[in-house]
Unconditional design. Structure first.
Length: 201
């Protein structure tokens, strides 16, 4: 393939960061000396952060407001991205190689832009990317709504060959208009999930 463009997901693809999302709620409760119920992850996995905060407030009788719980969780996540989130093995080398081949690269992520910029700048790879697309930037809360943006980016750059790389099997179906190849990276976190990987290969 004459690769001219690449669109990268971030969490679990470039950054080894999926674990923080799986445990941040439990870790937050433990910081108050509260042991989460065994089904905590199953209960909150489909919730928004606000909904999860409301659940923790009621189910664990926290005296904090929903806004305070949300801020506390966000603070833990932000600290992780600013100081601890590492690159996945081989990510830096891959980006450098693509850059040497003049492959235009951008990012598409559900994570807040300032967190992604902080982590990738600290790790020395932010400069490889020409654009960052976030769910917040298009007014949506799911990665699936970014896909028209992927097409627009590829067309705007007039690059007929564009590779999309992501780590999670969630929202695996591509629009028919998005004809670029899709590469999936399976993580330890994904091995614990039930979604079917063959649908995106």
């Amino acid at each position: 393939m004459n690769l001219r463009g690449a669109i990268f997901d971030v969490d679990g693809t470039l950054l080894d960061s999926m674990s923080v999302w799986d445990t941040v709620g439990e870790d937050y409760l433990r910081s108050f000396g509260i042991e989460p119920k065994r089904n905590f992850q199953e209960t909150v996995k489909a919730m928004s952060l606000y909904q999860a905060a409301r659940h923790m407030q009621k189910a664990y009788e926290l005296s904090l407001s929903t806004a305070e719980i949300t801020a506390g969780i966000n603070g833990r996540i932000e600290d992780f991205y600013r100081h601890d989130a590492p690159l996945k093995p081989g990510a830096s080398e891959l980006l450098a190689q693509l850059s040497r081949r003049s492959v235009k690269m951008c990012l598409a992520t559900a994570t807040d832009r300032h967190l992604i910029e902080a982590a990738l700048s600290r790790l020395g790879v932010l400069s490889y990317f020409t654009e960052i697309f976030t769910c917040a930037s298009v007014g949506r809360t799911s990665r699936i709504f970014l896909k028209p943006l992927f097409v627009a980016w590829a067309r705007k750059k007039r690059k007929p060959s564009c590779l999309k790389t992501r780590s999670t099997p969630s929202a695996p179906q591509r629009p028919r208009a998005f004809l670029s190849p899709l590469s999936a990276i399976r993580t330890k976190t994904d091995r614990r999930r039930s979604e079917s990987w063959p649908t995106i290969t």
